[in-house]
Design a protein around this ligand. Structure first.
Ligand code: TXA
Ligand code: MG
Length: 350
């Protein structure tokens, strides 16, 4: 199919171009657009047939539900059975922003969106293009990340073009995504608020409002493979570049030593090695394709680089990518969650 590609700047949205995109959504088509977290691939959330096109374009398993994006808190009411007081509080405090809230769904939500569950995931993105597209379309927009299923989420327009050109009706190319990892998914549909996916809003921030917040055991399934993740999406292979990924965790000195040893060992096996490291360790590695994620303390900039770097390795000949572990505080928890998935849970402790 032919894809309309439109370039847009967040602070100078061209109303004609926006109208073209909103009309596509209104007619049941698909539009990829930027958000503050990652690019999304959207369709009218209240039109099951339109939503099916998203699954087809991405090659996404149909049992994996989608997030419904709204442009105001008022739009939530008709989408859910009820809005608990605590959920309302979260919306007021964290929206627009990288927090997705799961509530019991109303019968307005097509089965394609909820994938047969009795709940629906909702968020208001903090991005003028996304908000304008929802407003002008006159409907909430269901949107997963705008990548082919299994690949790292797109944080640059170029990533969306690579994955979806010819597979969707339109792609809006905006600036690079500021946050760079997907939203926190929080289940508020049962008694205990539970994080199903760590993201831009941290557990500490949520606990400051809600008191105790649980972590779905599926998030740590690498440590305990028997745990069944509650968020269907968490069970699939994710964020995977072509090369195998291994994470190395430990003190800085030991990590550097260990990775250099791994580079050597892999060379002996005839393998090309890539290393994902920090600014301060960049020069410590020899004989590998080195990419720096940024300053190790600057977790926010690490987050905004991570998916893009994983994709960059696909342009090289490396067979294995060895990644230094990121500190698991604040958004570092989300970064490590994605890295661990990219690595298929292969972590070397040193
Ligand atoms: O930042 C984001 O959340 C981005 C942007 C585009 O908004 N979207 C995104 O969507 O990451 P997606 O589809 O790639 O990830 C949504 C996650 C999946 O793991 C899915 O299984 C889970 O949310 N999810 C959606 N609805 C759910 C529900 N009703 N119950 C449990 N998990 C749900
Ligand atoms: Mg995704």
């Amino acid at each position: 199919m032919e894809t309309i590609v439109i370039t847009m700047i967040e602070e100078e949205i061209n109303s004609k171009d926006m109208e073209v995109c909103a009309n596509i959504i209104k007619k049941g088509g698909t539009v990829a657009f930027p958000t503050e977290t990652v690019y999304g691939l959207g369709a009218n959330a209240l039109n099951g047939q339109a939503v099916s096109k998203i699954f087809k374009a991405k090659g996404r398993p149909s049992d994996n539900p989608l997030i419904v994006h709204v442009a105001s808190i008022d739009e939530v009411e008709v989408l859910v059975k009820e809005i608990p007081k605590e959920a309302q509080k979260l919306m007021t405090l964290f929206w627009p922003g990288p927090l997705t809230i799961i509530l019991k769904k109303s019968n307005k939500i097509p089965v394609q969106v909820s994938a047969g569950l009795n709940t629906v995931a909702i968020r208001m993105p903090d991005h003028k293009i996304a908000l304008k597209l929802i407003e002008e379309s006159g409907t909430p927009i269901a949107a997963p990340s705008a990548n082919l299923s299994g690949k790292p989420s797109p944080t640059k327009g170029q990533h969306v073009l690579e994955d979806l050109l010819g597979r969707v009706d339109a792609i809006i190319i905006g600036e690079d995504c500021k946050v760079g990892v997907e939203s926190t998914v929080l289940d508020m549909s049962e008694d205990v608020p539970t994080i199903l996916r760590p993201g831009g809003v941290t557990r500490e921030q949520l606990e400051a409002v809600l008191g105790f917040v649980a972590l779905d055991p599926g998030i740590e399934e690498g440590l305990d493979f028997k745990a069944i993740p509650k968020s269907p999406g968490m069970k699939y292979t994710h964020y995977a570049p072509k090369a195998e990924v291994v994470i190395v965790k430990g003190t800085e000195e030991r990590v550097v030593k260990r990775i250099n040893k791994m580079i050597k060992d892999n060379h002996e096996l005839g393998k090309e090695v890539g290393v994902l490291c920090f600014e301060d360790t960049c020069l410590s590695y020899k004989g590998a394709t080195i990419k720096s994620m940024g300053e190790r303390q600057d977790l926010e900039s690490l987050a905004s680089n991570i998916f893009s770097l994983l994709r960059e390795f696909d342009q090289t000949k490396v067979d294995i990518i060895i990644a230094e572990a990121v500190e698991e505080r604040d958004i570092g928890q989300a970064i490590m969650n994605r890295l661990i998935k990219a690595a298929g849970y292969k972590v070397v402790y040193t």
